[in-house]
Design a protein around this ligand. Structure first.
Ligand code: CDP
Ligand code: MG
Length: 137
C-alpha cells in the first residue's frame, strides 16, 4: 500500500475541476486520506519544487502555484504513486495520452492542472510538507 500527493493547481481550481479530478481518483478505487483547499505559502512551494531550483521555469512555476487557491490531496492504494502519475499524464499536455487528466483537459506545460509525486521517496517528502498535521489511516 502506498500514499501519494496530488495537487490541483490554481488553473484546475479556477476551471472547477476539483470534482472531476477527485471523481477519477475515487473511481479508480484509490482512497482519499487527506484533502484541503489552501493558498500555498511561497516558501512551501519553493520547498516542494526544490529539485527544480536551478531550472529556468522555477520562478514561473512558483508564481503559478501561489497565484490562487490549490487543493492538496493525499491518495492511498496499491501502487498509488504510479497509478496516479499515469492518471495525470505526461508533464507536457501535448504528449499526455487521451484519457489522462492532462491529455483530456490541458494544452500547455505551464498550466498542466495537477502535480503528482514522481516516486515513493518524493511522495513521503511531499506529504510531510503539505500535511504536516498528518493524514488519516
Ligand atoms: O509535474 P511533473 O512532475 O510532471 O513535471 P516536472 O518536470 O517535475 O516539472 C514540475 C512542473 O514545472 C510541471 O508540472 C510544470 O508545471 C512546470 N514546468 C514548466 O512550466 N515548464 C517546463 N519546461 C517544465 C516544467
Ligand atoms: Mg515532478
Amino acid at each position: 500500500m502506498e500514499t501519494t500527493l496530488v495537487l490541483i493547481k490554481p488553473g484546475g481550481v479556477q476551471r472547477r475541476m476539483i470534482g472531476e479530478i477527485t471523481r477519477r481518483i475515487e473511481q479508480r478505487n484509490l482512497k482519499i486520506v487527506g484533502l484541503k483547499l489552501l493558498r500555498a505559502p511561497r516558501s512551501t512551494v519553493e520547498e516542494h519544487y526544490a529539485e527544480h531550483r536551478e531550472r529556468p521555469f522555477f520562478g514561473s512555476v512558483v508564481d503559478y502555484l501561489t497565484s490562487g487557491p490549490i487543493v492538496a490531496i493525499a491518495v492511498q492504494g496499491d501502487n498509488a504513486v504510479k497509478a496516479i502519475r499515469a492518471m495525470m499524464g505526461a508533464t507536457n499536455p501535448l504528449e499526455a495520452a487521451p484519457g489522462t487528466i492532462r491529455g483530456d483537459f490541458a494544452l500547455t506545460i505551464d498550466d498542466n492542472l495537477t502535480h503528482s509525486s514522481s516516486d515513493p521517496g518524493a511522495a513521503f517528502r511531499e506529504l510531510s510538507l503539505w500535511f504536516p498535521e498528518g493524514i488519516l489511516a
